[in-house]
Design a protein around this ligand. Structure first.
Ligand code: NDP
Length: 234
């Protein structure tokens, strides 16, 4: 059955691969963007997830055009890396506000209609860094670890209403976010990944569409790694 899917940050990178995967299986897909417009074939809504009013307006537009959001993929995220000693209060807060509070705003807005429909799927895109940690990533790791507690609390609150909340934790994926890594850091990372390579965004999308499907109805509060073995043991 075709579903209405909203992917935040679905205009590029991992989010775009996820949006395309849902569209390919026949779902009605909306993506948020911050002014770039939507990639061809996808329905776009302008939304900065740090603005609660913009989140509300984006959901209202999707509801009007495609129907209530049945599958939310909270994917939009940023990094702002620097060592703890040098990290400003603003650098910490900005990353938390986007990656964690932004996901909360979207999940909260989506949950109202999911409760009414007694069906819903919420998928948070976290990171291997959330549980593994990363030098210079105190803000980012904290935001991504927070998504695990959020998904598990939502599971406890809404699990009896056919609503699941899960976390997908990608390792290192070939996107603009990893393009900025230095050659030395990239070498170091590759050595630590059992698979010996970065992944393509589409490999994350496979896990997301699975969790959104009817076959995953009994999976909730899970952290699904897509990391080539990098984070094993968590
Ligand atoms: P990109 O940097 O390629 O894309 C980030 C996306 O998030 C863009 O669509 C961007 O929109 C959107 N975004 C950022 N801030 C906001 C905001 N305030 N409001 C709305 N949208 C926003 O990142 P990736 O595709 O690589 O990453 C996607 C997700 O996957 C992120 O949450 C990231 O943390 C996570 N991840 C990525 C990994 C990787 O190796 N690449 C590994 C593990 C996790 P815009 O185009 O307007 O800037």
């Amino acid at each position: 059955m075709a579903r209405t899917v909203l992917v935040t940050g679905g205009n590029r990178g991992i989010g775009l691969a996820i949006a395309r995967a849902f569209a390919e299986q026949g779902d009605r897909v909306a993506v948020t963007h911050r002014g770039s417009g939507a990639p061809e074939g996808l329905f776009g809504v302008k939304c900065d997830i740090t603005d609660p009013e913009a989140v509300d307006a984006a959901f209202a537009t999707v509801e009007k055009e495609l129907g209530a959001v049945e599958v939310l993929v909270a994917n939009a995220g940023i990094t702002d890396d620097t060592l703890l000693m040098r990290m400003s209060e603003d650098q910490f807060t900005r990353v938390i506000d986007t990656n964690l509070t932004g996901a909360f705003r979207c999940a909260k807005r989506a949950s109202t209609k999911m409760l009414r429909a007694r069906w819903g799927r919420i998928i948070f895109i976290s990171s291997v860094i959330g549980l593994y940690g990363g030098p210079g990533q105190v803000n980012y790791a904290a935001s991504k670890a927070g998504l695990v507690g959020m998904a598990r609390s939502i599971t406890r609150e809404l699990g009896s209403r056919n609503i699941t909340a899960n976390v997908v934790a990608p390792g290192f994926i070939d996107t603009e976010m990893t393009d900025v890594l230095s050659e030395a850091r990239r070498e170091e990372i590759l050595k630590a990944i059992p698979a010996g390579r970065l992944a393509a965004p589409g490999e994350v999308a496979q896990a997301v569409t699975f969790l959104a499907g009817d076959g995953a109805a009994y999976i909730s509060g899970a952290v699904v790694p897509v990391d080539g073995g990098l984070g094993m043991g968590h």
